[in-house]
Design a protein around this ligand. Structure first.
Ligand code: ADP
Ligand code: MG
Length: 413
């Protein structure tokens, strides 16, 4: 589960991770008022207006008109996802920025052409930056330990650093039995070339960050940039926080942090029925049991020249309700031109699944070609059921044939 920067910063504040003073706003009027009352009146003369969307790359991203698609310009400059405001009547400027951003589209390298509609803004005090670093933490699945990573190459895409100059990323793995150790924090600090006050501030920062990551059950916590201010303090300027979905039951309070408008509507719908669904850009709808088979189905469709429209694992107990919902969600994707059902019967019997499919197709209108491949336990019984049903299926004998058939069908349509 993903949350917004402002929500992540509120949580970090609770764990004493240094962040700047900031306030979230939802309208231009509020932006102007809050800037005046909470920033100007406190003597803060530089603020940063930051679009709150789940995608990154906002600093370089541009705001586009929701109707015309034209880029927005303000004070002779393109309006971005992150804008520094100073010199002048900053509360009026905050109002003007909010007006050109809220309700409009932010396009960044992470959002793609479609962009993300901005509905919330974070107003944050501006800080004078001496150097930008990177700090990130996640589970290293290969060794089964949390890993903390830091780099002097902050503020830029860390994926690029990892690919081109991996030696510039320093890592420490946390032994779950003894936890994060101070010598590790110091090793990272020395590795970044820090000394004196900056070094002390870093050791404190990283120790608190690890605490927060563990206590909050994060699956990812990324601070990019982690900045060293000109007065030698380490501060989280940006924060990306994802929670481990398997631990959500321990945190009912996270429910209100969810922003469904940032998620794909079909994925939100699928999650209500416990379906493992991820929307993709192709036109072959896939319904498969088991995540591994679902992945190889996508591979085989691509190998035969087609493009999957989704990843969908209907799970082991593929019953009528789940199959109906899966069909319904797939049919609401206008890109889908044909459906491939690929079931391998292990514990779940193919004849039961076939019964489920026939029943489900009574509830949901499917006006597209459906190609079915059943194999494994009671496969022949399942195929008989499908043939007798009077519904139009194309039955494929093998997995490969199924992928070829479905690709042929979509290329003709
Ligand atoms: P994104 O990663 O989506 O581009 P960031 O929050 O990292 O957004 O902001 C982009 C850049 O804007 C930062 O690298 C930093 O240089 C600058 N910036 C962000 N917040 C502030 C702030 N409060 N004060 C000064 N500069 C900031
Ligand atoms: Mg950033």
């Amino acid at each position: 589960m993903k949350i917004h920067e402002y929500q992540a910063k509120e949580l970090l504040r609770k764990f004493d991770v240094p962040v700047l003073f900031s306030r979230v706003v939802f309208s231009p009027e509020e932006a102007g008022k809050i800037t005046y009352e909470e920033f100007v009146q406190r003597g803060i003369n530089t603020i940063v207006v930051k679009a709150q969307v789940h995608a990154g790359g906002r600093g370089k991203g541009t705001i586009h008109n929701i109707f015309s698609g034209e880029p927005h310009i303000l004070y002779d400059k393109p309006v971005r996802g992150v804008n520094i405001i100073k010199d002048g009547n900053i509360s009026d400027m905050a109002y003007q920025y909010a007006k050109t951003i809220l309700g409009h589209k932010l396009i960044t390298i992470q959002t793609g052409e479609a962009g993300s509609i901005v509905r919330r803004l974070l107003i944050e005090e501006g800080v004078s930056i001496a150097k930008e670093f990177y700090a990130g933490m996640l589970l290293d699945r290969q060794v089964g330990k949390n890993v903390i990573m830091v780099s002097t190459e902050g503020g830029v895409e860390i994926e690029k650093v990892a690919a081109e100059t991996p030696e510039k990323i320093l890592k420490e793995w946390i032994n779950p039995k003894i936890g994060f150790q101070q010598f590790q924090a110091r090793r990272l600090g020395f590795g970044l070339g820090l000394s004196g006050e900056a070094f002390k501030s870093f050791v404190n920062f990283i120790t608190k960050l690890v605490n927060a990551y563990e206590a909050l059950d994060c699956s990812l916590l990324e601070i990019n940039p982690l900045v060293l201010t000109t007065d030698n303090h380490m501060i989280a300027l940006d924060a990306k926080m994802n929670f481990d979905d398997n631990a959500l039951y321990r945190h009912p309070e996270y429910l209100e942090l969810r922003d469904e408008s940032e998620e794909d509507p079909l994925e939100v719908e699928a999650s209500k029925y416990d379906l493992n669904y991820i929307k993709l850009d192709g036109n072959v709808g896939c319904m498969v049991n088991g995540a591994g088979l679902a992945m190889s189905t996508m591979d085989l469709i691509q190998l035969s020249g087609g493009q999957p429209a989704n990843f969908l694992d209907v799970g082991g107990g593929a019953n009528v309700e789940r199959i109906s919902n899966a069909f319904r969600i797939m049919m609401s994707d206008p890109n889908v031109k044909a459906v491939l059902i690929n079931i391998f019967g292990g514990i779940v019997r193919c004849d039961k699944v076939a019964d489920g499919i026939v029943e489900a197709l009574k509830n949901v209108q499917v006006n597209l070609p459906v190609i079915v491949r059943l194999d494994g336990t009671n496969a022949s019984g399942g195929i008989k059921t499908l043939m007798k049903s009077g519904l139009k299926f194309k039955v494929a004998k093998t997995f490969e044939e199924a992928a070829k058939l479905v690709t042929e069908v979509v290329s003709k349509n």
